[in-house]
Design a protein around this ligand. Sequence first.
Ligand code: GRF
Length: 202
Amino acid sequence: MIKIAILASGTGSNAKKLIEAAKELHHVEVCLLLTDQESAGVIDYCKSCDQAYEVVPKKGLNKQEHEEKIFQLLKQNEIDLILLAGYMRILSADFIGRFSHPKEKFSRIINIHPSLLPEHRGLNAYEQAFNSDSDFSGITLHYVDPGMDTGEIILQNKFDRLADDTIESFKARGLALEHQMYPYLLKNINENYKNYPAMELL
Ligand code: GRF
């Protein structure tokens, strides 16, 4: 069984899709949802469906202390894979290094980014893409490395920017694609569960 933690800071619409999808799969389990935001919308969803969750606010902690708290929770829950779903903090190289399997090339941390990377890295990627002159954008799933949205790309898909789009309609089209892609990847991971031997977190 691949034990998964989802890290989310906001609404958690992707987290919700992942939690729903995991319920139908035999080799993956969302053991924990972790959020750094006490008022994150995703907490209400967790409560509504008995999803285990932890809130780890950053307040009063430096980055290292905050990540250490998170790491200890991952360790206690024997987590094998982290899925970032709108987690608004940059993970340190140290944390990423500790959450990597010694025999694997990439970290065991995956992120979803709302652009066709390497285009529009960083914050407000939908807005960046909408304000560019391109008539399409896309969604990227990638492994997390210490850079800003620079990790190895796993999967990308395009969506159109229509002439009469507003930023809202454009974002909604992208988010609908995100909601297909993340569960699709989870199903793929489930099928290939043998490629994810248990992590030993030190
Ligand atoms: C998504 O657009 C995701 O790509 C980005 O943050 C947003 C999170 O949305 N990383 P939600 O909280 O999953 O609704």
